[in-house]
Write a protein that binds this ligand. Structure first.
Ligand SMILES: [Cu+2]
Length: 488
């Protein structure tokens, strides 16, 4: 990716001001950073437009159950928040087109690299062979790579795709390379779900400077780069006028570093799907926390006519330069309910989720997130080395992993290939494990500063080398990633 001279000068100047500010006292820096950050990124030129979903990826179905498609990564002009901007895109759109599949589909997905730099494609959250979903393979400029896989049973839900070339993820992802994967199954035919109005909300923050997504990283951006525009499907505060009184929202956090603490005004949300599938029955939540990489599906029963916002609430992720983000609650999406709706019921039963039994585990591993931030980030004291195998596992065994966060930043843990269940969590300054209230399949779990999480990982179906890492892409690029090899 290339930047204009002007843009480089601005970025350098901003970095200098931040560095200079740091020597004069922390409080001043936090305020100053916010002010600088807000001023240096363009403001939205459009808001309140009708909610639009990302385009569907155009696919061919040469025979029943077979899906073929191409995804082209390139440097193009797109519209974000009403601003024409140079970005990195999949098939000329940001977010990229949605890949809509069904369980059992045999997929031939070709990534074509029209960028000036190597890239690759990670199908985040899909339980497929690590030979296919392979972050070790880089697709060079002008080259392509075919991903052939079968969508596994039990995969219904919302996933996403993004680049994974080590050291280059943060800039490529920030510049726009993200897209959603929606997987359907017979569970979508549950009558209460059929009656719902479904919308996909791809959440991502951007900074736009002089007509380009400002994806390059200054020194402190390596703590985790935030954008000043929080967009839904590339739009700023779009508006939805629903036709039905039950909403099913598919939420994907595709930001590099920004977690979304979400609340829907005056209405509880009913969680039905976590990262990797349906839960047993809806769970009512007042707030929903989505760390980078995480997905959730919720139902919302609209109860009266009026205007209600999906809010993004302040959250301090421990990033001492950014501080709490947003500074005060912000609307991401406005829902206008035109007339008093007829209340539609929630489903009472979704899927059966067998809770994993930790007594059957063959080993317990420890994953310690640490490092000399923001210079380097480590797993168990080591930066990522693609040639080193950190953990060796056996196919068809169950493992317990205890993940520990040894600093004050959040670190969302992500494991490729093998979905897991969270068993318990331990907050900072506590020595008590809080058991997870219900079984759920996940591939991302947030660790707030100095917290711990215990997960159960069944190593099912596939052998090979795969990775686990922090899903703040800056931390991952600077080393917070390890290799798991599963052998027969
Ligand atoms: Cu991290």
């Amino acid at each position: 990716m290339t930047y204009s001279k002007n843009q480089r000068a601005i970025l350098t100047r901003r970095s200098f001001v931040r560095l200079a500010g740091l020597t004069t006292g922390g409080i001043a820096v936090v305020g100053g950073y916010h002010a600088l950050f807000g001023q240096s990124g363009e403001r939205a030129k459009e808001s309140g437009l009708a909610l639009r979903e990302p385009e569907l990826l155009r696919v061919r179905r040469p025979e029943p159950g077979v899906v073929e498609a191409e995804i082209v990564a390139s440097h193009t002009s797109v519209t974000l928040a009403g601003i024409t901007v140079q970005a990195l895109s999949y098939n000329d759109t940001v977010p990229g087109p949605t890949l809509r599949l069904r369980e059992g589909d045999r997929v031939r997905l070709c990534l074509i690299n029209h960028l000036e730099v190597p890239t690759n494609l990670h199908t985040h959250g899909l339980h497929i062979s690590p030979e296919v979903d392979n972050p070790f393979v880089h697709v060079m400029p002008g080259e392509s790579r075919l991903h052939e896989f079968t969508v596994p049973k039990g995969a219904a839900g919302t996933r996403w795709y993004h680049p994974h070339p080590h050291g280059m993820v943060a800039t490529q992802q920030f510049a726009g390379l993200t897209g959603a994967i929606v997987i359907e199954s017979s569970l979508d035919e549950i009558p209460e779900l059929q009656a719902a109005e479904e919308h996909l909300l791809v959440l991502k923050d951007f900074t736009i400077l002089r007509g380009e997504v400002a994806a390059s990283h200054s020194f402190f951006d390596w703590l985790g780069k935030y954008g000043n525009l929080c967009l839904v499907n590339g739009a700023y505060r779009p508006k939805l006028v629903p036709q039905k009184s039950l909403l099913r929202l598919r939420l994907v956090n595709t930001s590099n570093a920004r977690p979304f603490r979400l609340k829907f005004q005056e209405h509880p949300m009913h969680l039905i799907v976590t990262d990797d599938g349906f839960i047993e029955k809806p769970v009512t939540v007042e707030e929903l926390f989505l760390s980078p990489g995480e997905r959730a599906e919720v139902l919302i029963q609209l109860k009266r006519a009026g205007t209600f916002n999906l809010l993004h609430l302040p959250y301090d992720d421990g990033n001492f330069v950014v501080g709490s983000e947003p500074a005060k609650e912000e609307a991401l999406l406005t829902v206008v309910v035109p007339a008093t709706p007829k209340r539609l019921p929630l489903p009472t039963r979704l899927a059966s989720v067998d809770a994993l039994s930790p007594e059957q585990a063959v080993t317990t591993r420890t994953v310690q997130f640490g490092g000399a931030i923001p210079f380097n980030y480590t797993v168990n004291g080591k930066q990522f080395d693609p040639e080193r195998v950190d953990f060796r596992g056996r196919l068809n065994t169950l493992e317990i992993w205890e993940i520990e966060n040894h600093n004050g930043l959040i670190h969302p843990f992500h494991l490729h290939t093998y979905p897991f269940q969270v068993l318990a969590r331990q907050d900072a300054k506590s020595s008590t494990w809080r058991p997870e209230p219900f079984p759920a399949w996940r591939d991302n779990i947030n660790l707030s500063g100095h917290s711990k999480v215990r997960i159960a990982v069944p190593l099912r179906d596939f052998i090979g080398k795969t990775v686990f890492h922090c899903h703040i892409s800056e931390h991952e690029d600077r080393g917070m990633m390890g290799v798991l090899e599963v052998e027969a």
